[in-house]
Design a protein around this ligand. Structure first.
Ligand code: MN
Length: 498
């Protein structure tokens, strides 16, 4: 993904002039070592760039202002090796519009009991210097990530890695264009929302098209390209009924894929929605095309659901290069067997094969709704393991990101259901999870991932400045209701009139 090629995180250490040149030289050396260490770690997917040690208000303000204007800078890591009076940080931090991570670390891991002297104490002041810096952030009510621990500690590295992926997804939202073919389907409420508010809060823009615009693009596809793509299908997927490779239905599916990809490339769209009620001129619902484009990193939401499409795209960015997959998803049907409650997640067609635990089968079957030609699709079951569902909803005056970790389990054979599917047990259990999800207004559509966990999405939600609610193993419904009520008040007050 381009966003990872061109992005940097800046590393800056704060200090002051009080300690003299020798100490400042050492601050610089040690900061360079930590910055270079972070830069070379494969876990952190972007470059980490060392910036000069900051000892004055002007230098800090200048750096924050540069970070804001530098297109490649996706976030700033600050570390206080020594004390750095925080009044000189206020003006810069007030301006800072990029994500901030306060790394509350220190250069030495252990106290050198036999050597420790006053020079050592002058240099190694993170324990109190970091608190002074922290006060400035709290006084400004600044959203920031705080990572505490030694800089070689794996848990710290993991937290920084998670945050940098969230920062990349945030940077991606600023250039994210979403194409919608048709409007929201029927009168579905939760998939609708305020696109102006969404752009103000979450940066991405949503652009509407008639499905005829897509049909025109599909009509321009040469037959030769369609034949080549069908050959690729035959190589990549398991095809039990070989005759489908020669069917008109698969040719139409390939034509739609090529047309849709061209349309998205020309308009620089990285996410899109479809609407199966509005397929004027398209012979079948785009199923295979959607599955394959999602697996290339495009965001997708069915039935005009642009919020979920944007969320799936951001989750794809965060998950880039990690084991596991990410897909558009829907809670379809429950399994209420006593002691073994589970949810079957699926959609009519549009589930991303990146979450598959097996070689996907390519099949063509009728849809029971829609009244169009039988669509091609990839059929598979998701790989068992940890996963997460995320839903972004519009509460009218603000947005809420709702999270629920799940355990994906083996799914029994379903010989008469020819769609991709996932069977999961949500945390803490189906009853509590569904209660909490519904009380919070969570949608039936989600972004689902086996590559991410709640930490990524919590960092991402915090960077967007929206409420993030996590239904997890600790969730208790009475406490959860209170959390929603208190958050309602906090966000109402914090956002003011906008
Ligand atoms: Mn749906």
């Amino acid at each position: 993904m381009d966003i990872y090629k061109n992005s940097e995180i800046w590393f800056a250490a704060g200090s002051q002039h009080l300690y003299g040149e020798e100490t400042l030289k050492k601050v610089k050396e040690d900061s360079e070592i930590i910055s270079a260490h972070l830069d070379k770690l494969a876990d952190i997917p972007v470059k980490v760039i060392f910036k000069p040690v900051l000892t004055s208000s002007d230098a800090i303000t200048e750096l924050c202002s540069q970070a804001n204007h530098d297109a490649g800078c996706i976030g700033l890591i600050c570390w206080m090796h020594t004390f750095s009076p925080a009044k000189m940080w206020l003006n810069g931090l007030k301006l800072l519009a990029k994500p901030l991570l306060h790394f509350h670390t220190q250069f030495n891991r252990d106290i050198p009991w036999n050597q420790i002297d006053m020079d050592f104490m002058n240099l190694n002041q993170s324990a109190h210097g970091g608190r002074e810096f922290g006060f400035a952030g709290s006084r400004l009510r600044l959203e920031r990530k705080l990572v505490v621990g030694h800089w070689k500690d794996n848990a710290c590295i993991k937290e920084i890695a998670v945050w940098s992926r969230a920062a990349a997804a945030l940077a991606d939202t600023a250039r994210l264009r979403i194409a919608r073919f048709g409007d929201n389907m029927r009168d579905v409420a939760v998939t609708d929302g305020d696109k102006v508010s969404a752009q103000i809060q979450m940066n991405y823009s949503v652009h509407g098209y008639g499905v005829g615009d897509l049909v025109k693009e599909c009509d321009n596809i040469p037959d030769r390209d369609i034949d080549i793509l069908i050959e690729e299908y035959g190589d990549l997927y398991s095809v039990r009924e070989k005759e489908i490779l020669k069917s008109d239905s698969l040719k139409d599916a390939a034509r739609i894929e090529l047309g849709l990809r061209n349309f998205l490339l020309k308009g620089n769209f990285k996410a899109f929605t479809t609407n199966f009620e509005d397929l004027h001129g398209l012979p079948q619902l785009p199923g295979l095309a959607v599955q394959r484009l999602m697996s290339e990193g495009y965001g997708f939401g069915a039935e005009g659901d642009w919020k979920t499409s944007a969320l799936v795209r951001s989750m794809k960015v965060m998950a880039y290069g990690l084991a596991g997959g990410t897909s558009f998803m829907e809670d379809y049907t429950y399994h209420f067997e006593p002691g073994n409650n589970a949810v079957l997640g699926a959609h009519m067609l549009e589930i991303c094969p990146s979450i598959s635990g097996e070689k996907a089968r390519m099949e063509i079957h009728p849809l029971s709704i829609g009244g169009k030609e039988d669509p091609a699709r990839l059929v598979f079951k998701a790989e068992p393991g940890r996963g997460i569902n995320a839903s972004l909803i519009d509460l009218g005056n603000r947005f809420r990101l709702l999270l629920n970790p799940v355990q994906v389990i083996d799914c029994p054979p379903m010989p008469k259901l020819p769609v991709a599917s996932v069977l999961w047990k949500p945390e803490p259990d189906l009853k509590t999870s569904a209660q909490a999800w519904i009380l919070a207004g969570g949608a039936h559509h989600t972004g689902f991932s086996t590559a991410l966990d709640s930490r990524y999405l919590q960092d991402f939600g915090a960077m967007l400045g929206i409420e993030t609610v996590n239904i997890n193993a600790e969730t208790n419904i009475e406490e959860f209701k209170k959390e929603l009520r208190w958050n309602e008040l906090f966000f109402h007050l914090a956002e003011g009139i906008r």
